[in-house]
Write a protein that binds this ligand. Structure first.
Ligand SMILES: [Zn+2]
Length: 121
């Protein structure tokens, strides 16, 4: 078993963007609406579940704090709400799974992208 970093007490809700003009749901880091080019973007809670559409495995940790959980996988996740987001995946995607299901785990300090974990059920 891996040593897990201590859990923080911060409630760490995953949010995505939502266009104030047309209501389109957008990637977490979006600053411009992909539908209407609006720039008034609000935050809205996401279920934090989706499917991996593309990934690459990195043997180098993105964060010196979490060197115990390499290799990391950088993936593009299609959220169930629609938007796609870049995300770190804890571990390598399962062999043979066409679009592995993942869910939001947490943000890592110093990292712009969220960490997702694979759903094994
Ligand atoms: Zn819009």
């Amino acid at each position: 078993m891996q040593n897990q970093p201590p859990r923080t007490t911060t409630v760490d809700r995953f949010t995505i963007g939502r266009c104030d003009d047309c209501g389109s749901l957008l990637a977490p880091e979006a600053s411009t609406c992909s539908s209407c080019r609006g720039t008034e973007i609000s935050r809205t809670p996401s279920e934090g579940t989706g499917s991996i559409v593309a990934w690459t495995v990195l043997e180098v940790s993105p964060s010196r704090t979490y060197t115990d959980v390499i290799p990391y996988t950088m993936a593009i996740v299609a959220l169930d709400e629609g938007p796609w987001t870049y995300a770190w995946i804890d571990g390598a995607p399962m062999e043979g799974a066409e679009r592995p299901r993942v869910r939001y785990s947490r943000m890592m300090s110093g990292e712009p992208y969220p960490l997702f974990v694979q759903q094994t059920c």
